[in-house]
Unconditional design. Structure first.
Length: 329
């Protein structure tokens, strides 16, 4: 699964709150703030959707503004290890190995060209949320490199693959250099001499210790159970019109054994039977509220071979018959 660090997700929500949104506005999100604080990572799909929703609400440049609010401490032990690097540009050289703590959706690469170094962010912007996330990443780079060097170093240019937004105010304030759009790659360029600057808190022994901690944290990344459960529910929902899927059917689609699927669901606090019932109930309620399908059709679409069986099951779930539920809705 593609993921982002929960710290990046929480930073985004807190920046939205700082720009005028209420904490209560996130209560009905798939991962509200209270639940997010218990997790390590969040699925890329959910993270990128959040970027899109917040950019729509708070205006162009929101991702850039989030990046400008990032501080070294937001990156945990990884950020602390950056502070004690020997050189500023060393953080990009560690990208493939250590940036997994932040996300597995990108890799940094440095290409030197004369006295300028182009720091490429290798990722595909398959949706607008990824474009916005990239804006945040490149914006945060400016802040992080200044914090590492404790000098006001600035990029010489910044390049984005996507189109320019209508308002570049936040971009100009963050980068203070030429900004190019519709380019072949995402990159931020610096004078090579600036990337070779010694960091303000360079310390070989402390850095070695911190890297050991980063290694341990990288190995310990755990995909949240709620994301896995939602994936299983989605597969069950797709299968129901042809009958209730057996656990072996779903585990085959997930390329795992029945035992592994059962264990993963148990770790999330549910059973496969729970998910079948929950999905049937949720789907049947949705269709009863839409008033598009007959009750007989709803019975079939939720995996029942007979309407009478569906009626009994629905009565057990809600203490109402499907007809009563539809009339009261």
């Amino acid at each position: 699964m593609k993921y982002f660090s929960i710290n990046l997700y929480l930073k985004m929500l807190n920046c939205a709150i700082a720009e005028g949104m209420s904490r209560n506005e996130f209560k009905n999100w798939p991962t509200p703030i209270e639940e997010a604080e218990k997790l390590q990572v969040i699925s890329a799909k959910e993270f990128l959707t959040a970027h899109e929703l917040l950019d729509d609400k708070l205006g162009p440049g929101f991702g850039v503004r989030v990046g400008q609010q990032m501080i070294i401490e937001d990156y945990g032990v990884l950020g602390l290890s950056w502070r004690t690097c020997s050189r500023v540009g060393e953080i990009f050289e560690r990208s493939e190995r250590y940036f997994k703590l932040l996300s597995n959706t990108f890799v940094w690469q440095i290409k030197e060209e004369g006295n300028v170094s182009h720091v490429l962010l290798n990722r595909e912007a398959h949706r607008r949320g990824m474009e916005l996330s990239t804006e945040a990443s490149l914006s945060a780079t400016v802040v992080v490199l200044q914090a590492m060097s404790e000098k006001d170093i600035l990029p010489t240019q910044v390049s984005f693959k996507h189109n320019a937004p209508k308002d570049l105010t936040s971009f100009n304030a963050a980068f203070k250099c030429p900004i190019h759009f519709n380019q072949p790659s995402y990159s931020i360029s610096y004078k090579t001499a600036d990337l070779n600057l010694r960091t303000a808190k360079a310390d070989t022994s402390i850095n070695s210790y911190l890297l050991q901690q980063v290694d341990e944290n990288t190995k310990g990344i755990k995909i949240p159970g709620n994301t896995f459960v939602r994936d299983v529910e989605s597969l069950i929902k797709d299968a129901l019109p042809t009958g209730i899927p057996g656990i072996q059917d779903i585990s085959a689609l997930l390329a795992m054994s029945n035992r592994t699927l059962t264990r993963r669901l148990s770790e999330a606090g549910v059973t496969y039977r729970d998910l079948i019932r929950k999905t049937q109930e949720h789907l049947s309620k949705e269709m009863l509220l839409d008033d598009v399908h007959s009750i007989g059709e709803i019975a079939f679409l939720t995996g029942f071979s007979e309407q009478s069986t569906f009626n009994r099951a629905f009565k057990k779930w809600t203490n109402q018959t499907p007809t009563e539920f539809r009339k009261k809705s």
